[in-house]
Design a protein around this ligand. Structure first.
Ligand code: HEC
Length: 198
């Protein structure tokens, strides 16, 4: 049964056979009388292991020799930064009137919620001037109106909105005034104030 022969060219002789299963036992591997069978690794495990090694070699060659992947951190980082740069300009605003429905609706909402108290919902004017005529105290260009709404005319009762409204919201409400209110006919129009502007 036991042939404890340690010469390398006689390897087969190192194994003992388990009497229950008739399988090979590991030699020199006994604890408290418990022996371990010398089973092979399951084939699926062995193949998975080999595939992992093969994959790793291809992966490393692709990444470090051909540098053909975004996985290189520097490249990944550069791509991210490029995206940031292309996103930024949409956050800035231009001093032009907006004519799309979404912006005009947003402008209307601001107008009714904040401005209508003094200028009336239909723009006819109350404490503040009429917004439907072509008479303007502080000018009617987008820049003029933006300045008026941003800084207010505190001594006359026009509130500064630079903290309360974002630049975009200010442009939206200016667009609503110019595109919808100017030229409309309010119920009770306040008399013209300021200069006639064409
Ligand atoms: C508390 C009252 C009040 C509120 C609220 C108010 N305004 Fe005024 N607004 C005035 C007064 C008063 C004037 C006139 C200022 C002057 O005589 O110089 C004025 C002037 C203006 C002007 C200049 C008009 C011109 O003839 O040049 C614009 C534009 C304007 N307001 C827009 C707005 C907008 C937009 C809002 C809302 C975000 C708003 N106002 C909210 C009282 C108000």
């Amino acid at each position: 049964m036991t042939t404890e022969d340690n010469t390398p060219n006689n390897k087969k002789e190192e194994y003992e056979i388990d009497t229950l299963t008739n399988k090979r036992l590991l030699s020199n591997h006994e604890y408290d009388g418990i022996r371990e069978l010398d089973n092979d690794l399951p084939p699926w495990w062995k193949w998975l292991f080999i595939l992992c090694i093969v994959f790793a070699i291809f992966y490393m060659v692709r990444l470090w020799v051909f540098r053909s992947d975004d996985l290189i951190q520097k490249k990944e980082f550069d791509n991210e930064m490029a995206n940031v740069k292309t996103v930024k300009p949409t956050e800035t605003f231009e001093m032009v009137l907006l004519t799309d429905n979404v912006s005009l609706e947003a402008g209307k909402e601001t107008w009714l919620k904040i401005c209508a108290v003094c200028h009336l919902a239909d723009g006819g004017g109350l404490v503040g001037p009429n917004m439907t005529d072509n008479y303007w105290i502080h000018g009617n260009t987008v820049e003029n109106m933006f300045a008026t709404i941003t800084n207010g005319v505190i001594e006359k009762g026009m509130i500064p909105y630079k903290d309360q409204l974002s630049p975009k919201q200010r442009i939206e409400v200016i667009s609503y005034i110019q595109e919808v209110l100017v030229g409309s006919t309010p119920a009770v129009p306040k008399e013209p104030q300021g200069e006639l502007v064409e």
